[in-house]
Design a protein around this ligand. Sequence first.
Ligand code: FES
Ligand code: FES
Length: 191
Amino acid sequence: MTDSYLCPYCAVTVDAFDALKTHVIAEHSTEPLPLPDGVIQLTINKQAYQLYVEPEWTLHHVIHDRLGLTGTKTFCDRGACGSCTVNIDSRPVLSCMTLAIECKGKTIETIEGISADHHPLIEAYVTQHAMQCGYCTPGFIVTGKALLDHNADPTEEEIKEALAGNLCRCGTYPQHPKAVLEAAQVLREGR
Ligand code: FES
Ligand code: FES
């Protein structure tokens, strides 16, 4: 049996270590080192991370349990309630239904990032009393943030449609459109 050596960059096989060295220097010398299996790079709340993730780990598990960003909640853990919503590349995504390994290279925003940026939604949710127990609130705000990123002047109907996947056991539904409308106005006025 002859030895074979696999190029970590392009998976070509050669039969000697020296041949592999020659190939890597000739073909890949300007490329960054490839990441080991299971290691992903991604950005969360403007901070770059390089993380090892098991294939079955959800994005929620990584954000909440591994990184300690506990603002992202889970109610149902099966894609039905929206409480685990985070924004990936500025689109709301259910983190309980998303595998972390699929988030390689993505830009992710959680409620902590929105809060750190002092987004007007945070204040509007307070002034409009748009929460009771508050458990669902991060999911609503993250979803509302994605809406406002793409639509600076949404109608009440558009807001209700955007938030339709978010459930609240406390029944705070009437207040959410009011809070998003208030935040949209603050943003438009540059306050
Ligand atoms: S916890 Fe993810 S949708 Fe309910
Ligand atoms: S405020 Fe309690 S679940 Fe929504």
